[in-house]
Design a protein around this ligand. Structure first.
Ligand code: HEC
Length: 130
């Protein structure tokens, strides 16, 4: 193979790596990371923060009977892996004015693990029937 062909292949591989989605998270590791959230959140009921059951597909700021900040209440997006990833990286930058007093999770791997766990746990009938 010519030098040029090798260089082209290397470039393509680098571009592919940059564009590839992050590897799927590990829900077992995510369960342990949720301990950081459990100071304020529960799956099945509102505490300092809103309940997380039913999170995926729910509009931001719309859990029944929870008093949100005006910023979260008027947010127009829905929760999915992408919006959660952005919010959890830096809550106050993503939703300026949010009252979620948490600095965020800077490590993308940890966010992926947590989101993988949330996807399962927030739809778990045993936890979320109430
Ligand atoms: C210090 C308390 C606290 C901690 C710790 C905390 N949160 Fe929150 N969270 C809140 C509060 C309060 C709100 C409501 C924010 C608002 O109304 O602006 C909230 C809102 C949210 C929302 C929006 C839910 C909705 O119904 O729109 C998500 C998602 C969320 N938190 C996830 C997490 C996750 C995941 C963690 C752990 C990494 C976490 N939070 C840690 C207090 C906390």
């Amino acid at each position: 193979m010519s030098r040029k062909a090798v260089a082209t292949l290397a470039l393509l591989a680098a571009q592919y790596a940059a564009a590839a989605p992050p590897p799927p998270g590990d829900p077992a590791r995510g369960a342990a990371i949720y301990d950081r959230c459990a100071a304020c959140h529960a799956l099945a009921y509102n505490r300092t923060g809103p309940k997380h059951c039913g999170l995926f597909g729910r509009r931001a700021g719309s859990a029944p009977d929870f008093e949100y900040s005006p910023a979260m209440a008027k947010a127009k997006f829905k929760w999915n892996a992408e919006t959660l990833d952005r919010f959890l990286e830096n809550p106050t930058r993503t939703v300026p004015g949010t009252t979620m007093g948490y600095a965020g999770i800077p490590d993308p791997r940890e966010r992926a693990d947590l989101i993988a766990w949330l996807r399962v746990a927030t739809a778990d009938p045993a936890e979320c029937r109430r």
